[in-house]
Write a protein of this length. Structure first.
Length: 292
């Protein structure tokens, strides 16, 4: 069976980033660099690897730098060319003309509301969602999280979310799935609950920041009231779709770093620097020295 291809990705980037203050007072969380690339670029690269063409950013006040990052920096390129500098470092940040679209979420009412703000651009197609502060890193020689999800989508269609397992004492901070039948990396999703108390959590499989959803979710979001934390939650809208359309979770074969938290950000920086051929050995020596 063939399903409509996933051509569009929504990047909700209108959050306030309060956990990362004061760094995020002026600089959007998504532009904080892990080694030498802003967080948003890791997510866009992951989308491109999965064959996605159109990048839709849901931005807010003070977030326009995110869109500019994917523009051509004409003066910079001209000056670098005149000085004989290598321009290839800038290549990856360029977008195909017309493929970057920004919509505005005027008030940060929650992740579900941010996604709904992209409804006119998403239209009647299944689409991907990336939360850029969750940095998903492929295993050496492996593929990225969204590519793994698109491959699973091509088999089962419907809606997919990426999940990972955490110790039970951490579940109350996340969206949690009620798991059904498991087949390899695919788990049927029977239910979803946002930030449940530990005793009521249906599993330790938490929703991590990648989704493939059918466009019907926009109609559910339209009437979605406030949920946990007084925010319009995407998890609540997805929970209503279960039973009406296929719903699966994909356990990502790779590593995930929560760059919305300070410690997670440091962990991601270390992991990526250690894995880089151009600096790994030097960073390892520094880390070992600091640990003495
Ligand atoms: P978070 O829960 O991490 O919120 O949002 P946040 O505002 O970014 O950060 P903290 O918790 O205050 O530190 C998850 C994702 O949803 C987006 C965020 O930008 C982030 O990518 N988001 C959240 C919106 O776009 N709009 C919202 O109203 C809420």
């Amino acid at each position: 069976m063939s399903f409509k291809p996933i051509r569009k990705a929504v990047f909700p980037v209108a959050g306030l980033g309060t956990r990362f203050l004061p760094a995020t007072k002026v600089v959007p969380k998504e532009l904080l660099p892990v080694v030498d690339r802003p967080l948003i670029q890791y997510a866009v690269d992951e989308a491109r690897e999965a064959g996605i063409e159109q990048m839709i950013f849901v931005t807010g006040r003070g977030k326009t730098g995110i869109v500019e990052h994917f523009d051509i920096a004409f003066e910079l390129e001209q000056t670098m060319t005149e000085r004989g500098k290598d321009l290839s470092v800038l290549d990856c940040a360029r977008a195909t003309p017309g493929d970057v679209i920004a919509v505005r979420q005027q008030v940060p009412l929650g992740l579900g509301h941010a996604i709904w703000c992209a409804r006119a651009i998403v239209g009647d197609e299944p689409f991907a969602i990336f939360l850029p502060d969750e940095l998903m890193v492929a295993r050496a020689g492996g593929t990225g999280c969204m590519k793994q999800m698109v491959e699973a989508y091509n088999e089962v269609g419907g809606n997919l979310i990426s999940v990972l397992e955490v110790p039970m004492e951490q579940v109350s901070s996340y969206g949690v799935i009620d798991p059904g039948e498991v087949r390899g990396a695919l788990t049927e999703v029977r239910g979803l609950v946002e930030k449940p108390p530990r005793a009521e959590a249906p599993s330790n499989k938490i929703v991590s920041g990648r989704y493939i959803l059918q466009p019907e979710v926009m109609r559910v979001l339209e009437n979605q009231g406030k949920g946990a934390g007084g925010e319009i939650q995407l998890t609540d809208a997805m929970a209503k779709m279960i039973g009406t359309q296929p719903f699966h979770a994909v356990t990502f074969d790779g590593n995930r770093y929560d760059c919305g938290s300070k410690v997670g950000f440091v962990e991601a920086t270390l992991a990526i620097a250690l894995a880089r051929p151009d600096m790994g050995a030097e960073v390892r020596a520094i880390a070992l020295d600091l640990l003495k």
